[in-house]
Design a protein around this ligand. Structure first.
Ligand code: PAF
Length: 276
């Protein structure tokens, strides 16, 4: 497995593979890998000749009061896990490589970035779009793999690719869950034992909402209010039933809509979603 810290190292590898008509699958990550990331890697392995994973905790997608400095990191363990998966290359740039002195461009994809997560984390998706654009230009993959756990991010990246004519296919991968249904996330490590137990009620809430919808209730407020009975969190940033593509809020839910939730348990902010 090649580990590259600089951009030319990745570009040279990609160029040589493309000359031999080999396809490139790409999994962008911020490291501290878990089974969710590994499922993206395995999907990439089965769909492409080569798999490149990047590990970069992108400062531009964290707000000033967010967890950038304490975001969990363990490069040694991540590389061991990726080696086991027979990944071809890991790109581990440092901040100066991604954002050299004088860097000033920001990618803003418009209104989709200002709702839901964007409303609570101003600038977050500008940071995501800026880094993803750079990473796509560096790696030039044929296919890139994104988890459905970050559903709004997935939709925004799909739009970015369409709007900017990237010749990249975005492949969505279903959320990996712990035994009690909690969506796997590097941030789960922030939870203490009691908080971790309560975090399991997020998925229970989502399933309950789906069950209520399937029982015939279509009014979104009613579905959410009734399902909330099973939710044990400290605060709710938003719970919304939205159109699966436009992310527009639906007052009356219909099949294939998505229910999205963002909550806080202790100091930890968690998000999740399912198809209703
Ligand atoms: O989902 C993530 O881990 C990040 O937002 C991404 C896509 C790697 C960009 O930093």
């Amino acid at each position: 497995m090649n580990v590259c810290k600089d951009i030319d190292c990745v570009k040279n590898f990609v160029k040589s593979q493309k000359q031999s008509l080999k396809t490139i699958g790409y999994v962008p990550t911020m490291g501290y890998l878990h089974e969710g990331h590994i499922s993206l890697v395995r999907a990439a392995k089965s769909a492409c000749d080569n798999v490149i994973v990047s590990i970069f905790v992108n400062p531009k997608q964290f707000g000033p009061k967010e967890d950038y400095s304490r975001y969990p990191r363990d490069l040694k363990r991540d590389l061991e896990l990726l080696e086991k998966e027979k990944v071809d290359m890991v790109f581990t740039p440092d901040i100066e490589t991604m954002y050299p002195k004088g860097f000033s461009t920001t990618i803003n994809i418009g209104p989709l970035a200002n709702v839901l997560e964007g409303a609570f984390r101003p600038g977050h998706f500008d940071g995501v779009c800026t880094v993803v654009t750079k990473l796509f230009n560096i790696v030039s993959p044929d296919k890139a793999f994104f988890g459905e756990k970050d559903y709004q991010q997935l939709k925004i990246v799909e739009k970015l690719v369409k709007d900017l004519n990237f010749d990249i296919e975005i492949i969505p991968i279903p959320t990996k869950r712990e035994e009690d249904g909690l969506a796997m996330s590097s941030r789960n490590t922030y939870l203490n034992k009691e908080e971790r137990k309560r975090a399991g009620t997020i998925y229970k809430f989502l399933l309950k909402a789906k069950e209520i919808f399937e029982s015939g209730i279509k009014d979104s407020d009613k579905i959410i209010e009734q399902a909330k009975e099973v939710l044990d969190v400290d605060s709710i940033d938003y719970i919304k039933i939205v159109d699966k593509d436009t992310l527009e809020e639906k007052k009356v839910a219909s099949k294939y809509d998505r229910i999205l939730i963002a909550v806080k348990i202790g100091n930890t902010r968690l998000i999740d979603n399912i198809e209703i």
